[in-house]
Design a protein around this ligand. Structure first.
Ligand SMILES: *Cc1c(COP(=O)(O)O)cnc(C)c1O
Length: 384
């Protein structure tokens, strides 16, 4: 038998009722049926993001949503600040450079969150910057930024663009209340859908600015998307991912039925259980506790052991699929994704598999310690 537990930070597990939607017969994307579901799914996304502006869906992955934000917010030659706390922050800067932006790059040590005072000083040094690009949850390191505090460190007139690919649906985001101009995300992480939908939520101010941005674009153009969204019933300029839009309507129902706050609390509790479990097995979590991500945990491989050995054994022998490290962390950390359609027993199996794998690799560890620590966290969390 080859039953596997998918615990990578995207793509993530998909609920049976969502799969069911994916296989419903194809419909015309210019039909009332599609437009109704599309409109309903967009309204749910707006509630989730706390957005009164426009939410656009493009066929694409998260990187597509990042590129869409870049080409609609920044003209070639324009100065921007790109704040990075890891691999995906670096990717945003790279996208911006390739589109001709003048990028002032501020990188924090991988594993840490961005420090608001440093961000404030950086803006004082770069008064010409018009936009700030920032990662909410850095999937490569398992660290999460405090968006509300960082917004206060970014000058009011500077547009804030946030990569929320691995946080939307698992950690709170209030776009309007927190003054975020553009939120980008994707379907295959905490939204518990298959890959294929790039999500962009733009404030009114961001939409207005995009009108005067001179970069070349068609597929990703906000104004073109808006023209079709503003029809009597919302549409898209070209063929949308019909099956994914239908499935998203159902996935967002699951989130609304559980309740946003309950969803966020579940992610925090499971994440804490995973961290405590790993520590009980003698391992070190990369991010400090105050910046630890609710959706992904990066764990340092023990001295002298290549991280790929741990993920290899976890998958081959124990059927638990974990992720390796990215960038300069490759081989040094492994990552456990715990976002979306994930429950405590998925986390339990994951930390147990890690404990067994490192034991096989010669690390002296008493079996059962990781599980016990996780169970303790879960029980205490639920008794509260
Ligand atoms: C996964 C991820 C991306 C990239 O998404 P793709 O869908 O792989 O293009 C970007 N940013 C963050 C924070 C991510 O977790």
């Amino acid at each position: 038998m080859n039953k596997q537990l998918l615990m990578v930070p995207g793509p993530t597990q998909v609920a049976p009722e969502v799969y069911q939607k994916m296989i419903s017969p194809m419909i015309n994307h210019r039909s009332a049926e599609f437009e109704e579901t599309f409109g309903r799914a967009l309204a749910k996304l707006k509630r989730l993001i706390g957005c009164s502006g426009d939410v656009m869906l493009f066929p694409g992955s998260g990187t597509g949503a990042m590129e869409a934000a870049a080409v609609n917010m920044v003209s070639p030659g324009e100065e921007v600040v790109s704040v990075s706390i890891g691999y995906f922050g670096k990717r945003f800067a790279e996208i911006l450079k390739r589109h001709g932006a003048v990028v002032h790059y501020l990188e924090f040590p991988w594993g840490q969150a961005a420090e608001p005072e440093t961000v404030r000083r950086f803006f004082a040094q770069h008064p010409g910057a018009t936009c700030c690009f920032l990662t909410h949850n850095e999937t490569s390191t398992g660290a999460i930024n405090d968006l509300q505090t960082l917004r206060e460190a970014v000058p009011e007139q500077v547009m804030l663009v946030v990569d929320a690919v691995s946080s939307l649906g698992a950690a709170e985001i209030r776009q309007d209340d927190w003054g975020i101009d553009v939120v980008v995300s994707a379907s295959q992480k905490a939204l518990m859908l298959p890959p294929g939908l790039a999500i962009v939520a733009a404030s009114k101010r961001a939409m207005d600015k995009s009108k005067s941005v001179t970069s070349h674009r068609y597929y990703w153009d906000f104004q073109l998307a808006k023209k079709f969204l503003d029809r009597p019933r919302p549409q898209t300029p070209y063929t949308p991912c019909v099956s994914l839009v239908l499935a998203m309507d159902t996935a967002l129902d699951l989130i609304e039925q559980e309740g946003y706050q309950a969803v966020y609390a579940r992610h925090k509790l499971i994440a804490r259980g995973v961290r405590e479990g790993c520590r009980a097995a003698g391992l070190e979590v990369l991010a400090p506790e105050h910046a630890a991500s609710p959706t992904v945990t990066a764990v340092k491989a023990p001295e002298g052991i290549e991280a790929g050995k741990i993920t290899g054994i976890a998958k081959r022998r124990y059927g638990v699929v974990l992720a390796g490290g990215q960038g300069h962390l490759e081989g040094k950390v492994f990552r456990i994704g715990h976002m979306g359609y994930v429950t405590w027993y998925d986390a339990l199996a994951s930390v147990a598999a890690v404990e067994m794998a490192i034991s096989e690799l010669g690390v002296p560890v008493e079996q059962g310690r990781a599980a016990r620590a996780l169970q303790q966290v879960i029980m205490e969390g639920w008794l509260k």
